[in-house]
Ligand binder design. Structure first.
Ligand code: ZN
Length: 114
């Protein structure tokens, strides 16, 4: 089990496996957020019980909600706002993992090998 948390620890999540790839998305929102995305099927991501609240940001076609910790402001994940979109996937901000978790991960830029 690999755990991730925001800076203040209010939002914690866990996944079974380290990501094989992480994506440096340079779209207009992600480049501003500085996120690095690891994609998982939504049921593979377990959120800790008693997590603190997140605020969300949706934009453009409003198909994704970006969640950030209300305490420290770290962006933790995105979720599709409609199940049909993203086919049950979600994005976890891989910058919340300890750096050694990403040691073996392939780095992609906009989903392509760089
Ligand atoms: Zn926090």
């Amino acid at each position: 089990m690999i755990e991730a948390s925001c800076h203040c620890g209010a939002v914690r999540l866990a996944v079974e496996t380290a990501p094989a790839e992480v994506n440096d998305c340079t779209c207009s929102i992600c480049r501003r957020l500085g996120t690095l995305w690891a994609y998982y099927e939504a049921p593979q991501v377990r959120f800790a019980e008693g997590n603190g609240p997140t605020d969300t940001y949706v934009w453009n076609k409003r198909v994704l909600a970006f969640h950030r910790c209300r305490g420290c402001g770290c962006v933790t994940h995105w979720r599709a706002t409609a199940p049909v979109w993203a086919e049950g996937r979600m994005g976890v901000n891989a910058r919340l993992f300890e750096p050694e978790v990403l040691a073996g991960a392939r780095r992609l830029v906009n989903g392509a090998a760089g």
